[in-house]
Design a protein around this ligand. Structure first.
Ligand code: SOE
Length: 395
């Protein structure tokens, strides 16, 4: 692949919510971080010419195309960034890797384990030629999450006993909210489970260093029929004429055992009325505990059992200091960051990996393992294997 010196020409497929978040990251990553390569926003792709040309203008891309195959095949594109619904991830990623492009793919990696396996195989083949790939589990790049991982890795919590994770949203509580692609199984693969459950699976495994080994699960679809959307919907939308079936879960809950001995509960729902983007994780160990909430992403609560009895209690760590990961390049100490910054951190890490030839994480193989957990949860919920009915009590 020919690359202009010190420049990586990015081609992004998709321009809705995730496309906008990734564009923001590509636009500013070299302004914030001193990197060996520069990202150039070379081309954006979307199916609708009017919309994609407007998105190119608004988001700052040099050119646009309506054909992802054209984008993938061009000699003047080095990196393909996939921000489309899950049903097209595998096809685009396989073509891009075969064409020698580095690939960043949004989460979840695919809609099925089989697709994810084919992506891992393609990524491994491409790696032999120096082509890299990474999956966008962006919350790994929230500085507080990295600090949480570091505390656990340093043994500050002792032996990890409990993982308690929930991802709580409420954007489809209204039964009149339209049937956008995230509510359609053929486009999204699953509902709350894959969209937001995947985040807490990846995040908890990342911070604990333990993997989910076995699960018992239930899923629920509270609203089974919704108005058809007008135009392309994402997280907002207008209801049009007619209705269609919701073919994904609205909520997914599961119990798990992790391979390092921890036990865990997970809850992913879009029906937690009043909770907007509440990704909450609490880890309890033999020597301490730590909690994180995405709605307060500059903070951690840390309990250190080694402190004197008179000083015990959860301490708030404000993760805004230059000593914390990613932060010295941003603002003076004590100044806060937000949701979009993790995308810039992700772009930074991917560019740096390409420039230095190191393997970025989460790899496609890491993301396949998350896909296997999603699959196991789906099967456990369908099979209802480990459910025990409560005996009928008195009236
Ligand atoms: C919608 O539930 C969504 O936008 C997810 O798709 C994203 O991955 C998450 O970051 C926020 O919520």
């Amino acid at each position: 692949m020919s690359t202009a010196e010190s420049e990586l020409r990015i081609g992004m497929v998709g321009y809705a919510f995730m496309g906008a978040a990734h564009s923001q990251a590509w636009r500013i990553v070299n302004r914030v971080y001193d990197l060996p390569v520069r990202a150039r926003m070379a081309m954006i792709c979307g199916r609708d010419e009017t919309n994609v040309s407007a998105a190119a203008d608004r988001l700052g891309w040099e050119r646009y195309t309506t054909s992802w195959r054209e984008l993938v095949d061009r000699d003047d594109i080095d990196v393909v960034d996939i921000c489309t619904p899950g049903d097209s991830h595998a096809e685009i990623a396989l073509a891009a890797l075969a064409a020698g492009k580095h690939v960043l793919c949004e989460k979840p990696l695919a809609n099925t384990v089989a697709e994810a396996q084919s992506m891992v195989a393609a990524a491994q083949t491409a790696r032999a030629d120096g082509t890299l790939s990474m999956c966008g589990f962006t919350y790994r790049r929230v500085p507080a999450v990295t600090v949480m991982r570091d505390l656990i890795a340093a043994g500050r919590l002792g032996v990890i006993r409990h993982v308690r994770a929930a991802y709580l949203q409420d954007w489809i509580v209204d039964p009149q909210f339209p049937l956008v692609w995230r509510l359609q199984n053929d486009k999204a693969g699953s509902g709350a489970l894959g969209d937001i459950g995947a985040h807490i699976i990846d995040l908890t495994q990342f911070v604990t260093g333990q993997r989910i080994a076995t699960v018992s699960a239930l899923t629920e679809t509270f609203v089974t029929e919704r108005p058809l959307p007008v135009g392309a919907g994402s997280l907002t939308g207008s209801a049009g004429a007619g209705t269609g079936p919701v073919t994904v879960d609205d909520a997914a809950l599961f119990l798990a055992r992790l391979d390092g001995g921890a036990v865990a509960t997970y809850e992913a729902t879009r029906f937690a009325t009043g909770r907007k983007n509440g990704l909450r994780v609490e880890i309890n160990g033999s020597q301490g505990s730590v909690t994180f909430d995405l709605e307060r992403l500059n903070e951690l609560e840390f309990y250190d059992a080694a402190r004197p009895g008179s000083e015990q209690g959860f301490t708030r760590i404000l993760v805004t200091e230059p000593d914390h990961p990613y932060l010295s390049a941003w603002w003076p100490p004590g100044h806060l960051i937000g949701y979009e910054h993790a995308f810039t951190h992700q772009a930074r890490d991917f560019l740096d990996a390409i420039a230095t030839g190191t393997d970025p994480r989460p790899s496609f193989a890491d993301a396949l393992q998350v896909q296997q957990v999603l699959d196991a949860v789906g099967r456990a919920a369908d099979e209802k294997a480990s459910w025990t009915d409560v005996d009928a009590g008195p009236d």
